[in-house]
Design a protein around this ligand. Structure first.
Ligand code: GUN
Length: 282
């Protein structure tokens, strides 16, 4: 039976640590500030942005909110980013994705100053991670590393399999695991013998966006299983991940639940990145 990795508790600990660090900066006369931009009124994005602002408030970070209409011109959004890039009172800039279709997301991400890129999506941040120099790291994979470390999961020399190769999770996840001296395999929709590769993993990280795709036939006995997925089970109010939790639980050594695993870590890492941005800019 698996030990449950409690993301709610670990994210709370991390937020409490950030709160103390932010208060320390305040004593030195430095206020940490995040600018949050939401374009349109996508319901999921509105909830995410609300939770990010709440986490800022909890940790003592000031948040400046920009809620722009769906038909905002790309140029106006880019101008706002320029303004925030030049504003010394703003340490981090977050543009909630997805953006409306008429706006080029890549162009918007590139416009954010890499010094204020608390999401870690700018090519400069991605490049820094790849060559192993300090920079902002995408919050979800950074949160997974923190879950693994704080649950005493050995990464040095471990066989870690990452299922999924997205720019936001899979690829940065692999880079972070390499930094921890793990032997990393990235799998995706074209991978042959996925089951046998996963069954060789000491640590299995799943981020494929397919409900309950990974069952016990993909898991080695005693392996640590990290589930990045989150889905609403059709016709219910219940959530599930990319891993079939009921089937995986008896076999795994450690496992993250959904909800209450990786999810809460993303926002805790965001506030930590805001603190780091303020330190860097000081
Ligand atoms: N949309 C879904 N996840 C994220 C995230 O981590 N950051 C931003 N900016 N938008 C998102």
């Amino acid at each position: 039976m698996a030990e449950i990795i409690d993301g709610k508790k670990i994210s709370q600990d991390l937020k409490d640590e950030v709160k103390v660090k932010v208060a320390g900066l305040k004593e030195e006369g430095v206020e940490v500030c995040l600018a949050v931009i939401l374009v349109g009124n996508d319901p999921a994005s509105t909830v995410y942005v609300g939770n990010k602002k709440k986490a800022c408030e909890y940790t003592g970070i000031k948040s400046k909110s920009y809620e722009l209409p769906e038909d905002t011109k790309e140029e106006d959004l880019l101008n706002l980013i320029d303004e925030l890039n030049n504003d010394k009172g703003v340490n981090g800039i977050l543009v909630q994705l997805p953006l409306p279709k008429h706006i080029d997301e890549d162009k918007v991400i590139r416009r954010i100053s890499p010094d204020k890129d608390v999401d870690g999506f700018h090519p400069e941040s991605v490049g820094r991670l790849s060559i192993g120099v300090k920079g902002f790291v995408s919050c979800t994979p950074a949160g997974v590393i923190e879950l693994l470390k704080r649950s005493n999961t050995k990464l040095d020399g471990a066989n870690v399999v990452v299922v999924g190769r997205s720019n936001i999770v899979g690829k940065p996840m692999a880079m972070l695991l390499l930094r921890e001296n793990a032997t990393v395999t990235i799998c995706h929709s074209h991978t042959k013998n996925l089951q046998s590769i996963c069954r060789a993993a000491d640590v299995l990280v799943v981020a494929i966006g397919q409900p309950k795709f990974i069952d016990d036939s993909y898991i080695k006995e005693g392996a640590t299983v990290i589930d990045v997925g989150i889905h609403r089970i059709e016709g219910t109010k219940k959530l599930c991940g990319d891993v079939d939790y009921e089937k995986a639980f008896p076999l795994a050594g450690k496992i993250t639940p959904v909800p209450g695993g990786v999810g809460p870590m993303t926002i805790a890492e965001l506030v930590n990145n805001c603190y780091e941005a303020a330190i860097m800019q000081r």
